[in-house]
Design a protein around this ligand. Structure first.
Ligand code: ZN
Length: 142
């Protein structure tokens, strides 16, 4: 769904139409803070300034054996039990793979929070075969 809002530019003060969602909302000049005239030079200036600062760490998913499959299955089961009681529990998901020869089996990829860390659990929905368990880590760039 496409939605537009009339905003006032934080820099020049003119009113403009901001496209909050829908096709084309990722256009460079589309900004929730600045009109198209101001948005492009501001974004270019920020990009140029950031290019001069060395990136020290990047956030990446790294395969791990730190948690067991059982722990992750227990977590998903507990979420389903809470949802069955009517609680709204949001889980982060990613698009997974589909098996071409078994169209109803597809991969679920779910974020699982545990002891202050975030794990990503990839499994085939039909066979319950675990594909990968990863941990979100900040890695130092050399
Ligand atoms: Zn402006």
């Amino acid at each position: 769904m496409t939605s537009h809002r009339i905003r006032r530019c934080n820099h020049c003060g003119r009113k403009y139409s901001y496209q909050a969602s829908g096709g084309g909302c990722f256009r460079r000049e589309n900004s929730g803070k600045y009109c198209p005239t101001c948005a492009i030079p501001i974004k270019d200036a920020i990009k140029a300034a950031k290019a001069k600062i060395r990136i020290l760490f990047t956030e990446e998913w790294v395969e791990t054996e730190e948690v067991t499959e059982e722990l992750l299955w227990d977590y998903l089961e507990s979420v389903e039990k809470e949802r069955a009681k009517g609680k709204l529990i949001a889980t982060r998901i990613w698009p997974g793979l589909y098996k071409m020869n078994e169209p109803y089996d597809y991969m679920n990829i779910v974020a699982v929070p545990h002891k202050g860390k975030t794990y990503r659990f990839s499994y085939w929905r039909g066979t319950k075969e675990v594909e990968k368990i990863e941990e979100k880590k900040w890695l130092e760039r050399i």
